[in-house]
Design a protein around this ligand. Structure first.
Ligand code: ADP
Ligand code: SF4
Length: 688
């Protein structure tokens, strides 16, 4: 197929200083959970995006010096020759497909508290970032940088720039965003200095300008220099001479870098979940930059629609279409647009499981793209599987797992029949995607159904509940059981271990509500699952006019939502909807009128009036169908939530793996290893 002419503009080359990006698709720096300890894993992950048509492919944050150590969060470094070697594997993988490679040189300042290297954190004025959640919370407070520290910071950037060029990078970032050190100089809240680096906006941008100059001079103008800058707070600050401080700062820097990469200030707004933010949500903050500078501008907004991308360029908001999550969900997004295959794009659903991977300290995982992070370890390609399938497969269950299994088995060449009991395919997503804000999650089913309906070797059968006899009668060579999990009515004890179901009138599970149970208010929702189900049901019920109290054993609503950037907005949504919230409580008893809660630490009791209780707690997998078949069917696999209930990402990954391995030898799993200085001859430079 050929490209639609209205998307031609996306494939124009763009000059970035001394380099030229082959098109406007720019994979901006984003966390991958991959560090210099896994150079081949990282190279394959980034290289896949270049293969998929991204014209520029960037690293994540890359520390310039051991005084910027983000552990236990995964981060890259450019401290020595071993690091150069680790990054060179990535730049080679990116260049192999004609893309430019960019590195995000990074110093975290007060936000990187050096848990491993144990240097005192650096900051413009000794102002800490006192985050209150695990992983970020710290007892270390930063020290104030003197003039020698400022000079050292500039030198570290210059030295890292030289190493970056040796590693093969084309574009070198100065990173003044997201609360990190150069940004701390820009924002008056952090910067209370009275020297040439503090006070007026002209003084506060001085460090950033000097860093840009130092990086450019170190590489003698051979590499392009990009400035990544967060503008959300600056745009909210008034200015005497411009519409906002952000306008003033951009005007002062307008000729300094070869490229502006513009973004928000906080992970929860920068990488906002689709539940609370639409595609293009950064535009109101970053839309002015191109009116001030002639340099190219890149920005993100979870863009998956090529028409939206074209609109961003034609309306003069951006020159390059930045992608982080859309490039994870579909590394081949540009190539598909180029080939006139927009319908094949595996659109990001905005669930933020990917960002949770970074918070977990592991390689990126993606709900839509099960191959993300597995390109090297398992050799998985997002678009290609071995075409070695012979014979027939019956897949039972048309939820995310069954759909993924059917798709991958179909691509392998099996004759696939997918049997689903209900009238529609989509499984848990049929109802969950109707909960407030979760509509885009149905893309998981839509993408797979769109592909499956075009495959001649796949047949889809709705309204086909399968019992053991039906499966035997069907007589497929292989059977995949993906029949999902059920929510239980189990409560939990003060140790949060699930106990027994509660016996009382009007007790409901999420499955009951999905099935249409009518609830009497006031309603209490007890959540010890801690992901989205409890809070989304509370919002759903409140939107029906019911009085809702949300109760959780955790210290905050949707406790695990801190990992997916949802938690702040969940609290905001509760407030908007008038949902009362009780934290650190377990349900002790319920009689259909009164709910007795106990504080999980002190045991202190409180009572609230409730006529219905919804419990979003434990899910149970397992499958009677699988148990009935396993002795009599030679090739039968249990997968998805029925195998182990979890996030949709886990179900999709399990099903993908099961489908790749069905009837084949187990795939080899490779272990990566870091390059060490002792492996480099002659012995490299000292790291500290
Ligand atoms: P997963 O996330 O693992 O895909 P879901 O609960 O989303 O799990 O989907 C499981 C699907 O399996 C549901 O759509 C359900 O209707 C279907 N299903 C369950 N049991 C059977 C069965 N015996 N025959 C056909 N479909 C079934
Ligand atoms: Fe998008 Fe979710 Fe994949 Fe992240 S995990 S890239 S938000 S689909």
């Amino acid at each position: 197929m050929t490209r639609n002419a209205r998307f031609d503009i996306l494939f124009e080359p763009v000059r970035i200083g001394p380099k030229t990006a082959p098109n406007r698709f720019f994979q901006v720096p984003h966390a991958s959970g991959m560090t210099n300890a896994n150079p081949h894993v990282r190279a394959a992950f980034r290289g896949m995006k270049a293969e998929g048509g991204w014209g520029v492919v960037s690293t994540g944050a890359c520390s310039v010096h051991p005084t910027s150590d983000d552990s236990p969060f995964p981060f890259a470094s450019l401290w020595d020759e071993a690091d150069v070697r680790a990054h060179a594997v990535m730049t080679e993988a990116v260049h192999a497909h004609g893309a430019l490679a960019a590195v995000e040189l990074w110093h975290g300042g007060a936000a990187a508290v050096n848990r491993t290297t144990r240097h005192a954190p650096l900051s413009p004025s000794g102002v800490p970032w006192m985050a209150t959640h695990v992983g970020f919370m710290t007892s270390a407070r930063p020290r104030l940088m003197d003039r020698d520290d400022v000079r050292a910071l500039i030198r570290w950037h210059a030295e890292a720039a030289l190493r970056a060029e040796r590693a093969g990078f084309d574009i070198l970032y100065v990173y003044a965003g997201m609360g990190y050190l150069p940004y701390q100089f820009l924002l008056a809240d952090y910067n209370r200095r009275s020297d040439a680096y503090g006070g007026s906006p002209a003084n506060r941008v001085r460090l950033v300008a000097e860093l840009i100059d130092a990086v450019r001079e170190a590489t003698h103008g051979r590499c392009a220099v990009a400035l990544r800058i967060s503008l959300q707070e600056l745009r909210s600050r008034p200015s005497d001479t411009a519409p906002s401080e952000a306008h003033e700062v951009i005007a002062l820097l307008k000729d300094a870098p070869d490229l502006f990469d513009v973004k928000m200030d906080y992970s929860a707004t920068d990488c906002a979940p689709s539940r609370f933010a639409a595609e293009g949500s950064h535009e109101p903050v970053v839309d002015f930059v191109k009116t001030i500078t002639d340099k190219p501008v890149v920005g993100v907004g979870r863009f998956t629609s090529p028409d939206t991308m074209v609109g961003m360029i034609r309306r003069g908001v951006l020159d390059l279409i930045g992608g982080a999550r859309p490039s994870i969900a579909d590394p081949f997004l540009p190539r598909k647009i180029d080939e006139g295959r927009e319908d094949d794009i595996r659109e990001c659903i905005g669930c933020n499981i990917c960002i949770s991977s970074w918070h977990d300290g592991v390689w990126v995982r993606c709900t839509q793209n099960p191959t993300a992070g597995e390109e090297w370890r398992r050799g998985w390609h997002p678009e290609i599987v071995r075409r070695d399938g012979a014979g027939s497969v019956l897949v039972v269950g048309g939820g995310p797992a069954g759909l993924e299994a059917a798709l991958t088995l179909g691509r392998r060449g099996f004759r696939v029949t997918l049997a689903e009991a209900r009238r529609e395919f989509g499984g848990r997503l049929l109802w969950e995607s109707r909960l407030p804000g979760l509509r885009q999650w149905f893309r998981v089913a839509d993408y797979r159904l769109g592909q499956l309906r075009r495959m001649a070797n796949v047949s889809l059968h709705a309204e086909s509940p399968m019992g053991p006899g039906d499966v035997h009668d069907f007589g497929a060579d292989h059977v995949v059981v993906a029949t999902g999990a059920r929510w239980t009515a189990n409560l939990c004890g003060a140790n949060e271990i699930p106990t027994m179901p509660i016996e009382a009138p009007r007790v409901h599970t999420p499955d009951d509500i999905a099935a249409g149970a009518a609830l009497e208010g006031p309603v209490a929702v007890f959540d010890f699952d801690n992901y989205y189900m409890g809070s989304a049901i509370a919002e759903h019920l409140a939107s029906q006019g019911l009085a809702v109290t949300y109760v959780t054993s955790a210290g905050a609503a949707q406790a695990w939502g801190i990992m997916t950037n949802e938690q702040p907005q969940v609290h905001q949504a509760f407030r908007r909807a008038g949902i009362a919230s009780r934290t650190l409580q377990i349900v002790e008893s319920f009689d259909g009128e009164r709910l007795v809660l106990a504080h999980i630490f002190s045991g202190e009791r409180q009572e609230i009036a409730a006529r219905s209780l919804v419990i979003a707690g434990q899910r149970e997998g397992g499958s009677p169908l699988f148990e009935a078949l396993r002795a009599s069917v030679p090739s039968v696999v249990l997968t998805g939530d029925a195998n182990a209930p979890g996030a949709i990402a886990h179900a999709v990954w399990q099903a993908h793996r099961a489908a790749r391995e069905l009837g084949a030898a187990a795939e080899p799993v490779r272990r990566d290893a870091p390059f060490a200085l002792r492996d480099i001859a002659p012995f490299g430079e000292a790291a500290q």
